[in-house]
Design a binder for this molecule. Structure first.
Ligand SMILES: *Cc1c(COP(=O)(O)O)cnc(C)c1O
Length: 407
């Protein structure tokens, strides 16, 4: 059973939070710009440049349409890591005259947390607002953190590990009342759930193409046109002045074209797809809890990203379970960025898990290729592996109880 593989002989892909495969239509859209249409979008004196510029313009419209923004509010970057850095450092350095305080949360992506750490070294003060046991931030906690020196609030839309969807519109309302800029890392939400910059009341938003079936190495920062005055950003990369001076460097035309197409495909598909994924996630969760004891859900049941399930299999080392599953399914313990370290996930720690449960967690990232048959194969395999590992485990029920009792 466990040697049956869905896609040829490759493991079933259930790590769609780490990255997604390129959509076929996206590759088709990109191909001309990797071959014949190789012009530099900044070349103003000939047709090669014009056709590249036109393609970038169309992609800017496609990206903007997905989030209900205007094309001139989209700044192309090398990905969401750069977008997060540009948003935080760009705003912090441009608004230094107004204040030096930034509010974020404890469960942000590393790109946000590390950019904040870099800003602390430059003299900025950062408040990390805690989240509840399901990973939700309370907008009133954000309000209480505001000081006269606050310039920016940054809260991620969907947590990449536990799938919790933040109440952005409510946090945005708090930001607006106090005249503060509001940024969101929306990488895991865009193209998967409703993501309208006006409804969510964000002023800046980070997006990545490779999380929505587009190419790697391309992303965008949405920057609201007026707030009510023009939002200032200190560029991180100086040079030829592309992207209205906010991000110099020759435009990655094939990447941008692919990103645009990926957004167009998502706009057409995300709603029915989110319903389909919610059903598959339910099937997975029900199958696991019906057949395996002591499976603990991490994060809130709702509001939760439809394609995300994160559970702890008590008494089973997550690393061992992943290893035993490697020929069946591509899974992870959490974010790809922190894998490789043996530290328990800071997100799971932030929602109050003890080391034992944090070390036994598995994240399932369902996506467009996921089928009910695959889910059933993965459930069968996990039932078998968890039983085997628990039988061998020094962390077996009795042992764990003894450890907890301190003997
Ligand atoms: C993947 C991810 C990023 C980083 O995006 P890149 O385009 O790979 O740099 C940032 N934030 C979140 C929430 C992510 O999931």
């Amino acid at each position: 059973m466990t040697t049956r593989l869905a896609d040829g002989h490759r493991p079933i892909y259930l790590d769609h939070h780490a990255t997604t495969p390129l959509d076929g239509a996206v590759l088709d859209a990109m191909m001309p710009y990797l071959t014949d249409k190789f012009g530099n979008a900044s070349s103003r004196t000939h047709a090669y440049g014009w056709e590249a510029e036109e393609a970038v313009h169309q992609a800017r419209e496609q990206v903007a349409a997905l989030i209900n923004a205007r094309p001139e509010e989209i700044v192309f970057t090398s990905g969401a890591t750069e977008s997060d850095n540009l948003a935080l450092k760009g705003v912090a350095r441009a608004y230094r005259d107004r204040g030096n305080h930034i509010i974020t949360t404890t469960t942000e992506h590393r790109a946000i947390l590390d950019a904040c750490q870099a800003l602390e070294a430059e003299g900025f003060d950062i408040t990390y607002v805690p989240v509840d046991s399901g990973g939700l931030v309370d907008p009133e906690d954000v309000r209480r953190a505001i000081t006269p020196r606050t310039i920016l609030i940054s809260v991620m839309y969907v947590n990449a590990e536990i799938g919790t969807i933040a109440p952005l519109a409510d946090v945005g309302a708090v930001a607006k009342e106090h005249g503060l800029l509001f940024h969101s890392d929306a990488v895991q939400g865009v193209g998967k759930i409703a993501c309208n910059v006006d409804d969510l009341r964000v002023d800046l938003m980070s997006i990545s193409a490779h999380k929505i079936y587009g190419p790697k190495g391309i992303g965008a920062l949405y920057v609201r046109k007026t707030h009510p005055e023009r939002i200032r950003l200190h560029p991180m990369i100086d040079g030829g002045g592309q992207e209205r001076g906010l991000r110099s460097g020759t435009a990655n035309v094939p990447g941008i074209v692919g990103f645009g197409k990926a957004c167009e495909v998502c706009q057409a598909q995300w709603e029915p797809e989110s319903i389909r994924l919610r059903g598959l996630r339910q099937r997975l969760h029900d199958g696991l809890t019906a057949r395996i004891d002591d499976v603990v859900l991490n994060g809130h049941p709702e509001p939760r990203l439809p394609g995300n399930l994160n559970v702890s299999f008590a008494y089973v080392q997550g690393e061992s379970l992943l290893l035993s599953m490697q020929h069946v399914a591509a899974l992870s313990a959490g974010s790809a960025c922190s894998s490789g370290s043996n530290e328990p996930s800071y997100v799971l720690r932030a929602i109050g898990l003890d080391d034992m449960l944090a070390n036994t967690s598995i994240r399932f990232g369902l996506g467009r290729s996921t089928t009910a048959e695959e889910i059933d194969i993965v459930i069968d395999a996990l039932v078998e592996k968890v039983a085997r590992l628990r039988a061998l485990s020094p962390m077996s029920k009795g042992a764990a109880i003894r450890i907890r009792a301190g003997c």
